[in-house]
Ligand binder design. Structure first.
Ligand code: ATR
Length: 486
């Protein structure tokens, strides 16, 4: 079940949030600690205005909320507002059992017994949860995982506390995102999300629309195959927008989730316990995963980096779809023998895949880089030429293909051009790996000179589609609509 936390300062605002998200949610949480004081006298009638069950919560400042009242007054406020037709009332674990809880039980209102830790995670979460459950209430823990080992502990709750049928588990913060999307795999019976307009585009913040249309979090069951992307940072990645709609289009019971990972070793542990079937790898883990792989392709070995890991029987296999994603848009020209020589700008991680791909297709490569030493090292591995970026003009009109692999020109620095004095003659193909903006300044200049240009977004989409094939064994469905975030 998806629960929408209402974050308005007025009941009207809360009602508007409810209406905007009604189609995706099963219940709402009314946070009276966020309401203006003048709203409190009518808050008890809120459940009558909506047609879903309502949780009443008055969160203290020390628990990440906004209520600064002395404890007795706070509880008295909860008691007054709870006179309304609420389905649940949230009462903190350290609050002593009072008469009023008895009243709530008699009225058929369930108590959510909650524990919050906004700074980290207590070592005793399992015993804490089971002790809370013995009070006959629904235990809720909302904690902040600080390491990936903490994330593993949250996913183990399902096994450790299998005998507690109704519980709520929330991993807060960026590292907790997978526990909120895969809430069913923590054993939680609901997860919280919030309205897109009320919290300005923070990464990792999950709206009801994303939870239900992009991730289909409510449809996860025991059979669902879990995939994901690991990185740090990772929450900005577009990959969930490629894979989840693809799975849905081929009716494959699978989900693709972003994992903010500080330790690759810990992630492999989780991958075993959750039986993750495959994952994408992004910065800074593309080399770190190598020691854990039982098999790697020739490209991974050559490039020394892996962006895709799949479970084959009981072994992890590493592949590099950046390599093929780069080649796909220029494959025809290569097959037709129209590219004999290439100039590659940059000698970083992205350049390695490009240079090896071209080298393996018998294309003579010259690498130009700001730091000549790095260009030299890569050129020596691939038996190519190298030079310093400042000498790039010496190669004007000399090559069939120019590939720009540095981050220069990438948003927000959209006026950047790695080689502003370099002139195009019009017959060369010019490829920029930067995909934001769609057309960089470098590509715009090449276009104006009459060159065939190749956008970075095509490589991104191609490498994603190849990952999809590696994950599922199916071509990426043409009819999948790549999801657009609001
Ligand atoms: P990636 O994995 O995206 O390739 P990287 O491995 O950090 O990232 O490599 C960045 C590349 O962009 C390098 O070739 C870098 O040049 P140096 O090796 O001299 O650092 C290049 N680069 C980054 N900023 C640049 C700039 N302002 N001008 C020219 N080249 C730049």
């Amino acid at each position: 079940m998806l629960c929408l936390t209402l974050t308005g300062t007025t009941l009207e605002e809360d009602f508007a949030q409810y209406e905007r998200n009604r189609q995706w949610i099963k219940l709402v949480e009314l946070r009276i600690d966020l309401l203006d004081e003048s709203e409190l006298s009518t808050a008890s009638s809120f459940p009558d205005r909506v047609d879903v069950p309502v949780i009443l919560t008055c969160r203290r400042i020390s628990d990440g909320g906004n209520c600064g009242l002395p404890e007795r007054q706070r509880l008295s406020l909860v008691r007054t507002v709870a006179a309304g037709h609420f389905a649940y009332v949230d009462i903190e674990d350290d609050v002593k059992k009072t008469e009023f809880e008895h009243e709530l039980h008699e009225r058929g209102i369930k108590i959510i017994r909650s524990y919050h830790d906004c700074q980290g995670m207590p070592a005793d979460i399992y015993s804490r949860l089971s002790r809370m459950a013995t009070k006959g209430d629904i235990p809720k823990i909302a904690v902040t995982p600080k390491t990936f080992m903490d994330v593993i502990s949250l996913f183990r709750i399902e096994q450790e506390l299998a005998d507690v049928p109704e519980k709520i588990v929330i991993g807060m913060g960026d590292m907790g995102v997978p526990t909120r999307i895969l809430y069913k795999r923590t054993g939680s019976f609901l997860t919280f999300c919030s309205d897109g307009r009320s919290i300005s585009g923070a990464p990792g913040h999950l709206t009801p629309k994303m939870m239900s249309e992009l991730y289909r979090a409510d449809q996860v069951d025991k059979q669902t195959h879990i995939y994901g992307v690991i990185g740090n940072p990772v929450l900005h990645t577009a990959s969930p927008m490629i894979h989840n709609p693809g799975f849905h289009a081929i009716r494959f019971n699978a989900i693709y989730v972003p994992f903010l990972v500080d330790s690759v070793r810990s992630f492999f542990k989780l991958a075993e316990s959750l039986r993750i079937y495959g994952f994408s790898v992004t910065i800074p883990h593309k080399q770190d995963v190598l020691p854990y792989l039982g098999r790697i392709t020739r490209e991974v070995k050559q490039i020394g980096s892996c962006n895709t890991v799949v479970r084959i029987q009981n072994m992890w296999k590493g592949i590099n779809t950046d390599y093929y994603g780069f080649l796909a848009p220029i494959q025809r020209e290569i097959e037709q023998g129209r590219i004999h020589s290439a100039l590659v700008i940059g000698a970083g991680g992205a350049a390695r895949a490009v240079v090896w791909a071209l080298h393996n297709h018998n294309i003579k490569v010259t690498i130009v880089n700001r730091s000549k030493e790095k260009a030299k090292a890569l050129a020596e591995e691939t038996m190519g030429g190298y030079d310093s970026l400042e000498n790039i003009c010496a190669y004007q009109g000399q090559v069939d293909l120019v590939v720009q692999t540095t981050s220069v020109g990438m948003a927000p620095d959209i006026d950047g051009d790695p080689a502003p004095d370099f002139r195009f003659i019009g017959s060369e193909i010019v490829y920029d790996l930067v995909y934001k903006p769609h057309e960089t300044k470098f590509l715009a200049r090449a276009n104006a000179a009459g060159c065939r240009i190749q956008y970075g977004i095509d490589m991104l989409v191609q490498q994603g589609k190849l990952q999809f094939e590696a994950f599922t064994g199916y071509h990426y469905p043409q009819w999948a609509s790549i999801y657009e975030m609001e």
